[in-house]
Design a protein around this ligand. Structure first.
Ligand code: NDP
Length: 501
């Protein structure tokens, strides 16, 4: 596929109250294909007034009977329609994702072909959760009837990162709608187009009432306007820990409920009894898939000293064989990073690794044979100490920092010596050792002899600075409900007014 076969530039608008509309401001954001820098779309840079309009539309939709009176089973029907719409347009949406962020088309096709399952899953389980639970309260000789109602918050403000745009949206939109909320979404400025096309498709092909799902593309200040908005009832954020802290601060100011999916510096730990070829594969999955741009990247590779040399040699050989190229080609294994600023960030971290004394085993530079300015070679550092910057900060690029250890205790100490706690993995045949690792490691997800697996029904989220709350699974739905406890008096007597019964 040539680099010049993207034809023309498509201009998108905001999507508010069931239709595209122009922004109050005139600024626009250019969207380019990171493979070669071709600009292929523009979107408005939504202003505070645009955010006000979107929140007002979502509020009005939340209060209209058309949505408010829906039962979980009605919403299940709509969520299934959304899933069917995704299935029918998976290839188109996958291509848009690749054109925005340069991720492999074959990964995005796989992601899009399974994306509908998130909507089907939440449509299904919302019916079970909302059935209400009766509490056997020990009051008034059993004459009090107490039960739980789960109610939506109202307007959800969602802000997402650029690395898996529609997947990260699904983790919020599916449970939010299942629970009966309405939604205002600010996608990343790097990847706004798939969100706009997605919402357009939803309103073309499903019965979702106008105003329930709105999309306001824009830069950081658009996100800041949404997080500070006093008519947003719940915030859901995916992004860096630094911006997550700002979102949490704004949420704290308004006492808005908030869930945060943030960064990681996840340990991928290899013991000497592991199947080394599988473990090398798992490390490749952890750090070179998606050009290292995944929150769950296994960026700290802890290797037992007995197999360190052999493992590093295998990993370096595999890293050197990675086929870089156009992410639209089905045999490409690693594409570019998503935009030039990210390339500079990754390169800066490579420099810091060198300055602080790590040994560069392979990579670290822009390959000479690729177009554009966003390719970086698969990179492996060895002789890394856990206090070096490359072991402490999230790089969000294809940079593995290999650290040697000699015992399980030492591996656990290093694994937990981090601000983050998103994910971790262990490679071993010894299940007692694996179990001790699982119990002791501070991470929201742990894989044993695997890496980078997720599912709609398995909760995902961070310990420590990697986040607040959970997405996916039943826990992910609970983030979008508030609980009401209802008391009915069947006893007839109200009792002593001066005593808390
Ligand atoms: P950022 O934190 O830079 O941005 C995330 C989103 O927040 C973007 O839409 C961004 O807009 C917006 N934003 C920027 N400033 C503000 C602000 N002041 N107030 C509100 N919103 C704002 O993250 P990236 O987009 O660079 O994504 C990479 C990060 O996301 C990594 O740290 C990664 O680990 C994390 N991530 C976490 C996941 C998880 O599930 N835990 C999953 C995927 C990624 P704009 O794009 O215009 O700057």
């Amino acid at each position: 596929m040539s680099t010049t076969d993207i034809e023309g530039v498509t201009d998108y608008e905001l999507f508010i109250d069931g239709a595209f509309r122009a922004s109050h401001g005139g600024d626009r954001i250019e969207v380019s294909f990171p493979y070669d820098g071709t600009v292929w779309a523009t979107v408005p840079d939504a202003t505070e007034e645009d955010v006000d309009d979107a929140v007002a539309a979502a509020r009005a939709a939340f209060e209209r009977d058309e949505w408010r009176d829906t039962k979980p089973s009605d919403r299940r029907v709509i969520l299934n329609q959304i899933a069917d719409t995704i299935d029918a347009h998976a290839d188109e949406l996958a291509e848009l994702e690749t054109l925005q962020n340069g991720k492999l088309l074959r990964e995005m096709k796989e992601q899009l072909s399974g994306l509908g399952e998130w909507y089907r899953y939440y449509g299904r389980i919302a019916e079970e959760v909302e059935s209400g639970r009766t509490i056997p309260v020990d009051k008034k000789d059993g004459q009090m009837f107490n039960y739980i109602r789960h109610e939506p918050f109202g307007v959800v403000g969602a802000i997402t990162a650029w690395n898996s745009p529609l997947l990260l949206t699904a983790w919020k939109l599916a449970p939010a709608l299942a629970a009966g909320n309405t939604f205002v979404h600010k996608p990343s400025e790097e990847t706004p187009v798939s969100a706009l096309r997605f919402v357009e498709l939803i309103y073309e092909h499903t019965d979702l009432p106008d105003g329930v799902y709105n999309v306001v593309p824009g830069q950081g200040q658009t996100g800041a306007a949404l997080t500070a908005h006093t008519d947003v009832d719940k915030l859901a954020f995916t992004g860096s820990t630094a911006v997550g802290r700002k979102v949490a601060k704004a949420a704290g100011e308004n006492l808005t409920k908030v869930s945060l999916e943030l960064g990681g510096k996840s340990p991928n730990v290899i013991f000497s009894d592991a199947n080394l070829d599988d473990a090398v594969n798992g490390v490749m999955k952890g750090i070179f898939a998606a050009t290292g741009q995944t929150c769950m990247a296994g960026s700290r590779v802890l290797v037992h000293e007995d197999v360190h040399e052999e493992f590093v040699s295998k990993l370096t050989e595999r890293a050197g064989d990675i086929k870089m190229g156009d992410p639209r080609n089905m045999d490409t294994q690693m594409g570019p990073v998503a935009f030039r600023g990210q390339w500079e960030t990754v390169h800066k971290y490579v420099q810091s690794g060198l300055e602080e004394g790590a040994t560069l085993e392979i990579g670290g530079e822009m390959p000479a044979d690729q177009p554009g300015e966003c390719f970086i070679q698969p990179t492996v550092f060895v002789d890394v100490e856990n206090d070096m910057t490359v072991a402490r900060e999230e790089i969000f690029g294809p940079v593995a920092s290999v650290i040697s250890f000699s015992s399980l205790d030492e591996a656990l100490e290093i694994a937990n010596d981090t601000d983050f706690g998103l994910a971790a993995a262990i490679w071993t045949q010894d299940m007692d050792r694996a179990n001790e690792f699982v119990e002791t490691v501070e991470a929201g997800t742990v894989w044993v002899n695997e890496y980078r697996l997720i599912a709609p029904n398995s909760p995902f989220g961070g310990y420590k600075a990697s986040g607040l709350g959970r997405e996916n699974g039943r826990e992910g739905l609970e983030e979008y409900y508030q609980t009401k406890s209802v008391w009915y008096n069947h006893a007839g007597e109200v009792g002593d007014p001066f005593v808390l019964e």
